[in-house]
Ligand binder design. Structure first.
Ligand SMILES: Nc1ncnc2c1ncn2[C@@H]1O[C@H](COP(=O)(O)OP(=O)(O)O)[C@@H](O)[C@H]1O
Ligand SMILES: [Mg+2]
Length: 219
């Protein structure tokens, strides 16, 4: 670890989550932001949901496996189980060690996908989200908005679709609608970005993080 690495000025944790539909650019943009923040001297880790440690990675393989039939309730509980382990083993210790944590998907994904997409009870999801996240809320959430018909056909997505990506276009439209409702409801936490241009999107994200989180005005 770089011993000269900068720590942020306040005592507040910095937990940044990336949200959005398939192909919105979450992974790409989150990794670019991680590299950038490291380059300018911050201690930062990138992780993802479900994933980041052994149990969550195994659950990821199950939920994304196209050949499995998984009912809506099982799907919800699998994602929540993965979150509990990942939050406890990876996110919370990193925050405690004063690292900036950047996570590809978190609680808003469950609301959008399992709540609005699958139609599972939102109250139940909110209760489970609180428990499995240990009540941890993102400092800031970057929501990358994309029309599902475009996102699903970006990059390699069109060639290797997993179980979730393989769901109907109606499902993905409901997911997007869920995200839009969440973004409006929690507008002080969730930043809405139209994810059309890769470079412009990254510049906007950097600007926002520097202004709002790191309290710097220059890029
Ligand atoms: N803002 C953007 N505008 C256009 N294309 C983008 C943008 N961000 C990422 N991409 C491209 O979209 C594709 C899907 O990106 P990815 O990060 O895998 O999406 P996600 O993780 O949200 O499913 C990649 O080919 C990536 O280079
Ligand atoms: Mg991704």
């Amino acid at each position: 670890m770089n011993k000269n690495a900068k720590k942020w000025k306040t005592n507040k944790n910095i937990f940044i989550t990336f949200e959005g539909g398939e192909g919105a650019g979450k992974t790409t943009q989150a990794i670019l932001l991680t590299r950038y923040l490291k380059r300018i001297g911050y201690q930062v880790i990138f992780t993802r949901e479900p994933g980041g440690e052994t149990l969550s990675n195994l659950i990821r393989n199950i939920v994304l496996n196209k050949s499995l039939k998984i009912c809506a309730l099982s799907e919800l509980l699998l994602y929540e189980a993965a979150r509990a382990q990942h939050t406890k083993d990876i996110i919370l210790p990193a925050l405690k060690a004063k690292q900036i944590v950047i996570c590809d998907r978190f609680i808003d994904s469950t609301i959008a996908y399992q709540g609005y997409g699958r139609g599972t009870n939102l109250k139940l999801i909110n209760q489970l989200n609180k428990i499995t996240s240990y009540r941890l809320k993102p400092t800031i959430t970057i929501y990358l908005d994309i029309v599902p018909s475009i996102g699903l056909n970006r990059g390699i997505k069109q060639l290797h679709k997993d179980r979730i990506e393989n769901s109907s276009i109606q499902f993905h439209n409901k997911v997007r609608n869920g995200y839009l409702i969440q973004a409006k409801k929690y507008s002080s936490r969730i930043f809405f970005i139209k994810a059309n241009n890769l470079r412009k999107t990254q510049m906007l994200i950097r600007l926002m993080i520097k202004k709002l989180i790191l309290n710097k005005r220059d890029i």
